[in-house]
Design a protein around this ligand. Structure first.
Ligand code: ADP
Ligand code: MG
Length: 466
């Protein structure tokens, strides 16, 4: 057998994959490259130091187990940290970090300087409500959140510069960006922190062009220690603004200052953005915020309501969290309407009111349980794809999920055995009967399985309403 670093690592990955969820696997293990195998030492390459620290902190036991399984008890893992071209300069730079150039405040005309204060004071434009304390942590945001905390502790002093946070609308980019800024200021009140939406940056720049004050504009930005630019995708196709931003970015970065950028898409997908900017966006860490899983959504709803001083019955929290999946802002919208409706109409907040409110938010209301819905829910629960459920794989975990889907389809829909079989890649009715029996038998002997069946069944019922 060919026994090299690739094959060994591939086998380790098999073990790892079975022990972590799909999201973590994708984030932390897919980017790792095996590079060398010498005796019982496997060397793997990781993209940066943070990665290494994260793996060691969170997955050391799993890694140990996986590699020993392949290479025996003496097996060891070594890391090789990929050093980007710039990082030599970067470290040197942060060592020789010069104190910020002093520019006296009256030289600078800009919208943020509070007049009459000797020492340059910047109104940071931070929203004091957006804090780490109320930014609920989940698998969906762990990387961004912890990188954000690291940056807040040591602005300009980590490898995450820029910190590039991206994700779809309503998933917490703006909140996280403010939280970093707020936290950095608490730790060091003298820091010049500035939050600016890219749109505002653009308008300021255009104004400065009109008023012949581009120098003031640039000078102002060069004094910032932590610059947060929100929704950077707004600069797409704005050539001149991109040029000036490029200039400011370089100045700050070279001066060891921290940049934090948010975007609705990853750097590589920023069409209409100059290549040289995109390449700089990739210098530090890109962290994406994903849609939160059910537990995280429930935690967000719970804490949010606590803050409002409203107690929600647990089934209402569950119901809302089941139904609003892809957007936290929408989740909050539902809560606000719910509280408003309840006080306006003097109605108690219960599941019926929640159903009424949610109708205005969920465009496609599922009215009945379908085989497709069941497949989606089961696939979601087991972190599989629907294709796998319908397919031919004989892997035990998939077989069980497939049988369970058939069982649920039999119990929760009126579909015939034949039609259920058709929905699973044309299996015949006897397979469906067999599956139902297999599930019942397993439920009789395996209580953990039984409770997960009940959990899935509940989820399915929850996501259907009229
Ligand atoms: P984005 O900028 O990505 O569109 P926002 O930062 O504006 O999203 O977030 C939308 C709303 O959801 C905000 O009110 C924010 O406080 C809330 N939110 C987002 N993520 C979380 C989280 N992890 N915990 C608590 N609230 C969150
Ligand atoms: Mg935003």
């Amino acid at each position: 057998m060919n026994f090299n670093h690739d094959t060994v690592w591939k086998k380790c990955l098999n073990t790892i994959q079975q022990n972590v969820n799909a999201q973590s696997y994708k984030t932390w293990f897919e980017p790792v490259k095996p590079v060398k195998l010498a005796e019982q030492v496997l060397t793997i390459q990781v993209p940066n130091k943070f990665f290494y620290e994260w793996l060691e902190e969170h997955y050391v036991n799993l890694l140990k187990k996986a590699i020993r399984q392949e290479l025996g008890d003496q097996a060891r893992l070594e890391y090789q940290i990929l050093i980007a071209k710039q990082s030599d300069e970067e470290t040197k730079r942060s060592e020789t970090k010069a104190p910020p150039k002093m520019v006296s405040s009256d030289q600078i005309k800009n919208p943020f300087v509070i007049p009459g204060i000797k020492k340059l004071k910047i109104d940071s434009q931070l929203n004091p409500q957006y804090l780490f304390q109320n930014f609920i942590e989940g698998d969906c945001n762990r990387l961004g959140r912890s990188a954000g905390l690291a940056v807040a502790k040591k602005p300009g002093g980590t490898a995450f510069n820029p910190l590039f946070i991206f994700g779809k609308v309503g998933l917490g980019k703006t909140h996280l960006a403010h939280a970093i800024g707020n936290d950095a200021r608490v730790r060091n009140p003298d820091l010049a922190v500035l939050y600016v939406p890219a749109e505002k940056f653009t308008n300021q720049f255009i104004d400065s062009l009109k008023n012949n004050a581009v120098n003031d504009f640039v000078n102002f930005y060069q004094m910032i220690d932590v610059l947060i630019v929100d929704d950077i995708q707004f600069l797409a196709n704005k050539q001149k603004t991109q040029d000036i931003f490029f200039h400011i970015f370089n100045q700050l970065h070279q001066g060891g200052k921290q940049l934090i950028l948010t975007s609705d898409r990853p750097p590589k997908d920023l069409d209409g953005m100059e290549e040289r900017l995109i390449s700089r966006f990739k210098w530090g860490l890109s962290a994406d915020l994903q849609a939160p899983d059910l537990e995280t959504r429930m935690a967000i709803v719970g804490t949010r309501m606590d803050r409002e001083g409203v107690a929600l019955p647990p089934e209402v929290i569950e119901f809302i969290s089941y139904n609003i999946k892809n957007n936290i802002r929408e989740l909050e919208g539902v809560l606000i309407s719910l509280v408003a409706q309840s006080s306006l109409n003097r109605r108690e907040i219960d599941i019926d009111l929640a159903k009424d409110v949610i109708k205005n938010f969920v465009s496609e209301i599922t009215k009945e349980v379908t085989v497709g819905l069941i497949q989606e829910m089961v696939a979601d629960h087991y972190e599989l794809t629907v294709e796998k459920l319908q397919g031919k794989t004989r892997k035990r975990s998939i077989v069980i999920a497939r049988q369970l889907s058939m069982y649920l389809a039999k119990n929760l829909t009126n579909k015939s055995l034949k039609s259920i079989g058709d929905n699973f890649g044309g299996r015949d009715h006897s397979t469906v009967i067999y599956s139902c029996k297999a599930v019942r038998d397993l439920m009789d002997t395996d209580t953990i399985f039984k409770s997960s069946v009940q959990e899935i069944e509940k989820k399915i019922r929850m996501s259907v309403h009229d």
